[in-house]
Design a protein around this ligand. Structure first.
Ligand code: TXA
Ligand code: MG
Length: 308
């Protein structure tokens, strides 16, 4: 069901949910100060209650009402907000629902740059809790069609076409030495440049501080193999650049081998490949090797979880 901004504001103020575009992926937004709205988010997504939500606010000044910023956090926020970056910080005593933060004494917060979610925050006057608008553990949505498919058309959506970055925000934990918890468009070296010292990268096995960094995530409803060098005859292949693998159907994340384009296309191509496998009764998806540097790190991290 498609809605406009005015209707969305009404829904937020009535403790209901709206799927809304951001620069990364579509979010399933609710009033972060309402236990009822936050409960509904977990319920609709079938999300485990221990996995806290990201709080979206309009500016750094607003964020400072809810979180304590040390010097590093302040530098990063001043440089990269609004944009595809989330900071995990000590939580201030505020009206943010404990349901949203899963009872932790930290809070994940970001200032999105997308005009529509910014307007929804400003017009409703509420901080918004917004996880990706997909059923928990499935592929994240980069278009309104993906959201509709996930929730059988039962969620109100503001449609703004395809999102720009196509993968979720980078998450940096700044409660101690800055630690990269989730790879994204903003890479480790960008953060290192801003704070002038090293960032710890949480190993994909440890991830202790990110309750939601579940091993299985972003998954299609069919088998998926990654780092493929050859293809079985009954697979749909996802190529990158000139990898040139030929399957029953062959898709490409970026013909020109551009990692930024590949990230933007990742979830929509995974959705398309899943549809092809399921509708043609094929064995599964095989993905060619993706270079493991820069945004390739984020792409490979998502693909590893998709195939877990
Ligand atoms: O790009 C994005 O960040 C999108 C758009 C909609 O803004 N949102 C998003 O939310 O990706 P979600 O819920 O899919 O991912 C939130 C991640 C989870 O892995 C969760 O565990 C982590 O943030 N997180 C939330 N609060 C945390 C906290 N206090 N400490 C550590 N990790 C936290
Ligand atoms: Mg998600």
């Amino acid at each position: 069901m498609f809605v406009d901004l005015k209707k969305s504001v009404e829904l937020i103020l009535a403790q209901k949910l709206v799927a809304v575009p951001t620069e990364t992926v579509y979010g399933l937004a609710g009033d972060a100060t309402s236990d009822e709205a936050c409960e509904l988010i977990y319920q609709v997504k079938n999300r485990p209650k221990f996995n806290p939500l990201i709080i979206h606010v309009s500016s750094l000044v607003e964020a400072e009402k809810y979180a304590i910023f040390n010097d590093d956090a302040k530098k990063i926020a001043l440089e990269l907000w609004p944009g595809p970056l989330t900071l995990v910080l000590p939580k201030k005593n505020s009206n943010i629902s404990d349901v949203a933060t899963a009872g932790l004494d930290t809070i994940a917060i970001r200032v999105p740059s997308h005009e529509i979610i910014q307007n929804l925050i400003l017009k409703s006057g509420k901080p918004l809790a917004a996880p990706s608008a997909n059923i928990s553990s499935r592929i994240s949505p980069t278009s309104a069609e993906h959201v509709n498919k996930s929730f059988n058309g039962e969620i109100a959506i503001i449609d703004d076409g395809k999102t720009i970055y196509g993968i979720e925000s980078t998450i940096i934990d700044c409660t101690g030495t800055p630690t990269l918890l989730r790879h994204g468009f903003i890479t480790e070296d960008v953060i290192t440049d801003i704070i002038s010292h090293q960032v710890i990268v949480a190993s994909s096995i440890a991830k202790i501080n990110a309750p939601g960094m579940l091993k299985k995530h972003y998954s299609p409803l069919c088998p998926i193999r990654i780092n493929a060098d050859s293809i079985n005859h009954d697979e749909v292949v996802i190529n990158f650049g000139d990898s040139g693998l030929i399957g029953t159907e062959s898709l490409n994340l970026s013909e020109s081998g551009d990692l930024i384009e590949a990230a933007a296309n990742l979830y929509s191509i995974l959705q398309e490949a899943e549809d092809l496998v399921l509708s043609n009764n094929l064995a599964g998806i095989a993905v060619a090797r993706i270079p493991n540097h820069q945004i390739g790190l984020a792409i490979n991290d998502k693909l590893e979880r998709a195939s877990a």
